[in-house]
Design a binder for this molecule. Structure first.
Ligand SMILES: [Zn+2]
Length: 150
């Protein structure tokens, strides 16, 4: 399962009652994206929640794809956001705190940790492959990125 399948709405119950409909807890579940972030849903939320939901929509759901928000870009952008926080020196617990402050989302720190470990392992594989194939600068780039994530 991708890390974006393990990102949850922090105030899920409150949101569901404001929307007067049941939505999944997962922030990137299809029904959540449809109901919460589009049209009418938004108007029924209290101001504080609305602000965060709008922030989320602006930062992650802003592509022009026809299938938006089901085009995969929101997930990609969110993964980039997590990696940026890590490169900024944050550990899993702090990353969870920040996503709570920014977007009222939460994840389990253990899931964030395994996501970060996987990212480092992927970069290691890229680095090795690039070295074997003689792509020195690609290997170097992977090595730098890995160092920033470790
Ligand atoms: Zn898109």
């Amino acid at each position: 399962m991708a890390i974006t399948d393990k990102i949850y709405l922090k105030n899920h119950r409150q949101i569901a009652s404001q929307l007067e409909t049941n939505i999944p807890k997962g922030a990137f579940k299809g029904a959540t994206l449809d109901i919460l972030f589009q049209g009418e849903g938004l108007a029924n939320l209290d101001d504080a929640t609305q602000d965060r939901v709008l922030e989320f929509a602006t930062d992650f759901l802003d592509c022009d794809c026809e299938s938006n928000p089901h085009c995969g870009h929101p997930e990609e952008k969110f993964i980039a956001y997590l990696l940026e926080l890590r490169e900024g020196g944050l550990g899993p617990d702090a990353i969870v705190d920040v996503m709570g402050d920014d977007y009222m989302l939460y994840a389990y720190p253990g899931d964030v940790l395994s996501f970060l470990d996987d990212a480092v392992r992927t970069l290691e594989a890229v680095e090795e492959l690039a070295e074997v194939e003689g792509y020195g600068s690609a290997a170097g780039a992977a090595r730098d990125r890995k160092r920033r994530l470790s």
